[in-house]
Design a protein around this ligand. Structure first.
Ligand code: BGC
Length: 753
């Protein structure tokens, strides 16, 4: 099919209509179009259906158009949006979107374009041949917003032409519970880091001007506190006080709202006994009125249905629809039936949902469609598909992956490994491509191994590629329970190697599929690690996982430990580059790595979180997070050494209306160039509300040559850095003493009345 240049597109019918005049004001266009729409057409705009409703099979991976079903849904039921798919070649997406667009934009009564929703979570991950970046937990570990920006930018660049204009990313939920099945989809446990990374993604994605004439909409999800269930199981209840909600979970959402994010997806779960989808207080009161969000609010998957059979707060779908619309949703990701459309019509006819209420949502949806230019440029185009998966984009993903890998242990500098003769590789992630990328890669739960492109490396193939003169072998059988002679032969093989690399971890998963009951690394892997590290050959443990699986019992046995997380398609190359020393590691933990299964706190915990009674001292002793975490938030080694000195403040007192500047000197005192993320923490010593023991308030990443020095600074504006919300979200400033920390340096100052 030839590509259709959008400029030649003439909408149908009544080309004189005001809403079709691209020079008219958006507001006027929206009102003009609303006036022409029937109530059922309006309800159709509030509906999003899954691809399986319009493809020939019931298979998500089948990106083909069943014209008959699509025609009926668009022409009879006026459906305004569809979603989903899997990674198929660009030409197939083009054909599909081209056909779908025609049915809506050209053949429907008013020619209202479709908006297509998709989960391009880390790069255009539902598109074959695209560039796949690390998952968000890795991007956070870079402490470099450039990589989050690039992820957004490249995603738009590679997918906007195909009609993918509404992306369900970024996740700005906080990764505060390492058991949570979606932990890896987050930017980690810190609200400031989450805000900065989320903002950079939104600016990169929505701000990409190279995709003209198209524009795209990002989605901040899942509002609010989805990530904080006690059990860590997906979509289970969250109990949280309103002060903590405001202080910790809100800022990343506020950050992306301020950056202009065009849509927000709601949390499928409940907070304090109320499902978010049925909460006017959260959706309208908090999100819209207090936080000032005026874009489109979309439900998550079948969350109106879940009000009936999951949360049991509504007797039937119609009552659930009433609750959700009353709460403030605009688009319902229904997504597998017309139940919503029927329910809405009945509720309207019964006078329970007014046309004004429906208009409110439809106004927002049409505004989004006009703002994205979909009325003028509805068609996908296939004349620049060579933008997909370019070498330039791949290098951006590689750089992000390299900066995202965290070296947590390196006894006697066993790494980098230079000029080895022989390396042995073990473990479930040694030869896997899919483990490195995680869920939402090619398919919802991560595509099967054979679907990954040939050129994507496994850890084994990347090492072979890197050390071309080295003998590198994968050992599949580890005789943990073997005969003595077998074990002896095994160990003499190990003794001849220069390095043993155990690639541990998890298989891909997302959502409830990833629920676990124990964070400990599975025992078969622990046994194998313990067993191989009996050899005197140095051993490196590489953790390829979406969450910090506990390694407390084996960490002493290995010489080096790399937390690789989910580094994406370029991840194996990044790991090989770090092991070999071609790249100096610079990742730092964006979360606290737990030590115990039974007790865990985030780095920014409250002082009383870690108190216990010490019978020897007969006193309460503050057990710091350093004793409950195996590795600390912000920890991460380099092959060079950075020295911090001269932490100074422009003044040790400030008032509410003043700003002071802190400076610190950083020097690379090692022999090789390296990158360092400088993290600035503040402690409010006495607060009206209990204060976290410390909070990240600023970060910056710098690269220094050996011997090079840099002076870094942080402007302390009381309203930005010292204020915190009360339980209504109103800012509080506590006059009194504060402490500023950078690495091991710290300095006090006072906020005075
Ligand atoms: C997930 C969302 C996702 C949606 C559409 C849901 O199950 O919770 O994060 O965007 O599906 O695929």
């Amino acid at each position: 099919m030839p590509f259709l240049m959008s400029a030649t597109f003439t909408p149908n019918p009544a080309s004189q209509a005001l809403y079709q005049d691209q020079n008219a004001d958006t507001e006027d266009r929206v009102e003009d179009l609303l006036d022409r729409m029937t109530i059922y057409e309006k309800i159709g705009q509030m509906t999003q259906l899954n691809i399986t409703m319009i493809n020939p099979t019931d298979d998500q991976a089948d990106v083909e158009l069943n014209e008959e079903s699509a025609r009926e849904l668009i022409h009879q039921h006026h459906i305004g949006s569809f979603l989903n798919g899997e990674a198929v070649p660009p030409s197939q997406w083009f054909e599909f979107m081209d056909g779908l667009t025609r049915l809506a934009s050209e053949e429907s009564r008013l020619g209202i374009p479709i908006i297509y929703g998709i989960d391009h979570i880390h790069g255009a991950s539902y598109l074959a041949e695209s560039t796949i970046f690390p998952q968000k937990i890795n991007l956070a570990a870079t402490f470099n917003t450039e990589h989050s920006f690039n992820t957004g930018w490249v995603t738009a660049y590679e997918s906007a032409d195909l009609g993918h204009h509404w992306n369900f990313a970024p996740v700005v939920d906080l990764g505060v519970n390492p058991l949570w099945a979606r932990f890896w989809e987050t930017y980690g446990e810190d609200p400031h880091l989450g805000s900065r990374m989320g903002e950079a993604y939104v600016v990169g994605y929505q701000g990409n001007e190279e995709i003209a004439p198209f524009k795209v909409a990002a989605t901040a999800k899942h509002f609010l506190a989805y990530s904080d269930p006690h059990s860590g199981w997906d979509r289970t209840p969250v109990q949280i006080g309103s002060q903590a909600l405001h202080e910790f979970h809100l800022p990343p959402f506020q950050g992306v709202i301020n950056a202009g994010v065009k849509s927000v997806m709601l949390n499928s779960g409940e907070i304090n006994g109320v499902p978010v989808h049925a909460s006017p207080e959260i959706v309208t009161g908090l999100l819209r009125e207090q936080m000032g969000f005026n874009g489109v609010v979309i439900t998550d998957w079948d969350d109106i249905g879940k009000l009936v059979d999951f949360h049991r707060v509504a007797e039937n779908y119609k009552e659930a629809t009433y609750l959700a619309v009353n709460a403030g949703i605009d688009v319902n990701m229904t997504p597998l039936s017309l139940e919503f459309n029927e329910a809405m019509l009945e509720l309207y006819e019964e006078g329970r949902i007014s046309e004004e209420r429906i208009d409110e949502s439809v106004r927002r949806i049409l505004t989004l469609k006009f703002d994205l230019g979909l009325f003028e440029n509805p068609y996908p185009r296939n004349d620049r598909l060579d933008r997909i998966g370019t070498e330039e984009n791949r290098l951006k993903a590689l750089k992000a992956a390299e900066e995202s890998i965290i070296l947590l242990k390196n006894e006697e500098s066993v790494l980098p490994l230079t000029e080895p003769q022989n390396i042995l590789v073990f473990g479930p992630s040694a030869e896997s491509k899919r483990n490195l990328s995680g869920g939402w890669t090619l398919a919802w739960q991560g595509g099967e191994e054979e679907r990954f492109p040939d050129e994507v490396h496994t850890i084994h193939s990347a090492l072979k590629n890197h050390y071309s003169d080295t003998d590198i072998e994968v050992i599949h059988e580890i005789p943990v329970d073997g005969e003595e002679s077998e074990q002896q032969a095994f160990f003499s093989r190990l003794e001849r190697a220069d390095m043993l690399i155990y690639a541990a971890g998890e298989k891909p998963y997302t959502e409830f599929v990833g629920n676990i009951v124990d964070l400990t690394l599975p025992s078969d892997q622990l046994d194998e690690i313990r067993f191989i590290s009996k050899s005197s050959t140095p051993a490196t443990l590489v953790m390829v996982a979406g969450r910090p699986r506990l390694v407390t019992d084996v960490i002493q046995n290995v010489d080096a430990f790399l937390f690789a997380g989910l580094p994406g398609f370029e991840g194996a190359e990044a790991i090989a580059n770090i092991i070999s020393g071609e790249t100096n590691p610079s990742g730092k933990l964006p979360f606290s790595y737990p030590q115990h299964t039974g007790h865990f706190v985030n780095y920014n915990h409250k002082p009383s979180d870690v108190y216990f009674f010490d019978t020897d001292e007969a006193n309460h002793i503050a057990q710091g997070a350093e004793n409950t975490s195996l590795f600390q938030f912000g920890e991460g080694l380099s092959y060079t050494t950075f020295e911090y000195s001269d932490l100074e403040l422009s003044s040790d007192r400030l008032t509410e209306s003043e700003t002071i500047t802190a400076t610190v000197t950083l020097k690379n005192i090692g022999d090789i160039a390296g990158k360092e993320s400088v993290l600035w923490f503040l402690t409010n010593k006495v607060g009206r509300y209990t204060r976290p023991v410390k909070e990240l308030k600023h970060f910056e990443k710098v690269e220094l040559e050996p011997g090079e020095t840099a002076t870094l600074s942080f402007q302390i504006d009381p309203h930005k850095s010292l204020a915190y919300p009360d339980s209504n979200g109103e800012p509080i400033l506590d006059p009194g003493e504060f402490n500023l920390q950078v690495e091991s340096l710290d300095i006090d100052f006072r906020l005075v009345d």
